[in-house]
Design a protein around this ligand. Structure first.
Ligand code: HAM
Length: 423
């Protein structure tokens, strides 16, 4: 019978790579949690209009990339292409904006964009994102950036750079767009591109075609139109990034693919990933909440692409830290019940344990131990049960130490250097 295959362009993770994925995603989430961000678990589908209004009609995401369908009740539903609009919807719906500000949340899950699949570009992909809503202060801009930067450093990534820009406030953009429109009126564009430019002239900076790119080279740059206040905010962001020792470069031609951005905007770019080098991006969004029917509250956040960050870790040759996977593999020799009981006792103490099932001979059992990737192994036969002493073998070196069964848990806890972090 014909076998099924996953739909084209989706990313999926199965063992053993899924453990690595879990580690990468967990590290990002932990970086958000240590900074006080709390989980927001939201639906994967929403009203289509939430995205067309929130993300913006002129964007590729809304124009070409949404998975939109009618549900059985005739409502137009869209699989979430990004997380920020949904978070705003939930903040408004649950009146979180009426409580203590800023509201600081993180989310993690699958997102959907009907893009042309290629290396690092998927139709279903994974993001961890954070949003800090209700405070317009460069300090929180930098806190948000620092959450991402800490996660990358924690993972051991080095070949990435942070690019920042300011998209200014409403007045900045009003002044700038007048000049940009004037410039665009002087260049020849086909009807479709002209219509896009009409909706949002900034989108032309995003155009991948060489002729459009070269024409936009001499277009006016938004950074030159920043108001006094926006200039000061941007200066403060840079000052604070320096204070925290976070390296950055200014990219005054950055165009984010979503329409809601204002003020600080940023992207993290990895140098080993080829065309899909953006491992994360975000920025401030002044008007989004009001646009979705809420109060006039500003916010800032990011979305990090977990799939690409995983690829970046692999490209940099970063291996899974010891202690993230299994700590111990038990090989029972005719002692299955006792071994299961020992495994359970160790698991209760937070030690990651697996064991061989079935009546495997010593050789087969040791093969399983090898394959499990566990840091240590023990063999438990009748002798070990009688004497209460096992040989704790370190798999990497082959070195064995005699340990009593009653002291085994303590011995392992002491040996696992980052114990606690992984449990
Ligand atoms: P974004 O720049 O559209 O921003 O996406 C963030 C990250 O998601 C990208 O940098 C990339 O790593 C990853 N990503 C996007 N599309 C794909 C894809 N097709 N395949 C693989 N990875 C992808 C947002 O989504 C905003 N909601 C971020 C944000 C939060 N801004 C403010 N708050």
């Amino acid at each position: 019978m014909a076998r099924f295959q996953a739909p084209k362009g989706v990313s999926e993770y199965v063992p053993a790579r899924s453990t690595y994925f879990d580690y990468v995603r967990g590290t990002i989430i932990e970086s958000a949690r240590v900074a006080g961000y709390q989980l927001m678990e939201l639906p994967i589908f929403e009203d289509t209009e939430l995205f067309s209004r929130g993300v913006g009609e002129s964007t590729d995401v809304v124009q070409k990339e949404m998975y939109t369908f009618e549900d059985r009740g005739g409502r137009s539903i869209t699989l979430r292409p990004e997380g920020t609009a949904g978070v705003m919807r939930a903040v408004i719906e649950h009146n979180l904006d009426r409580g203590q500000l800023p509201v600081k949340v993180y989310y993690s899950g699958a997102f959907f964009r009907a893009e042309r699949p290629q290396a690092g570009r998927f139709r279903q992909f994974y993001q961890v994102g954070i949003e800090a809503i209700g405070l317009a202060d460069p300090r929180i801009d930098v806190e948000v950036i620092a959450v991402a930067d800490r996660a990358f450093k924690e993972l051991g990534l080095t070949k990435y750079r942070l690019e920042i820009t300011s998209l200014g406030d409403a007045l900045t953009r009003q002044n700038y767009l007048v000049e940009l429109r004037k410039y665009i009126a002087t260049i020849p564009l086909d009807a479709e591109t002209a219509a896009r430019a009409e909706l949002n002239p900034l989108r032309l900076f995003d155009d991948k075609r060489e002729e459009v790119r070269s024409m936009m080279q001499s277009a006016p740059v938004l950074m030159d139109y920043l108001t006094g206040e926006s200039t000061e905010d941007f200066r403060r962001v840079q000052e604070l990034l320096n204070l925290l020792g976070i390296n950055f470069v200014i990219n005054n031609r950055m165009v984010r693919g979503l329409d809601y951005y204002t003020g600080t905007a940023f992207e993290f770019v990895h140098s080993d990933l080829g065309a899909q080098s953006g491992i994360g991006g975000g920025g401030r969004y002044d008007g989004l909440m009001a646009q979705l029917g809420g109060q006039e509250l500003s916010g800032i956040g990011f979305g990090l692409g977990v799939d690409r960050i995983l690829m970046a870790c692999e490209a940099e040759g970063i291996s899974l830290p010891e202690g993230f996977g299994l700590d111990l593999f038990i090989v029972p020799l005719g002692t299955g019940d006792a071994a299961l009981k020992i495994a359970e006792n160790l698991r209760e103490r937070g030690i990651h344990v697996d064991l061989a099932f079935g009546d495997k001979a010593l050789k087969g059992g040791m093969k399983s131990a090898d394959r499990s990737g566990a840091t240590y192994s023990i063999v438990i036969g009748a002798d070990e049960l009688d004497s209460g002493i096992v040989a704790l073998k370190e798999m990497k070196t082959g070195e064995s130490t005699s340990v009593t069964l009653s002291a085994l848990a303590q011995e392992l806890i002491e040996r696992i250097s980052n114990f606690g972090e992984h449990s």
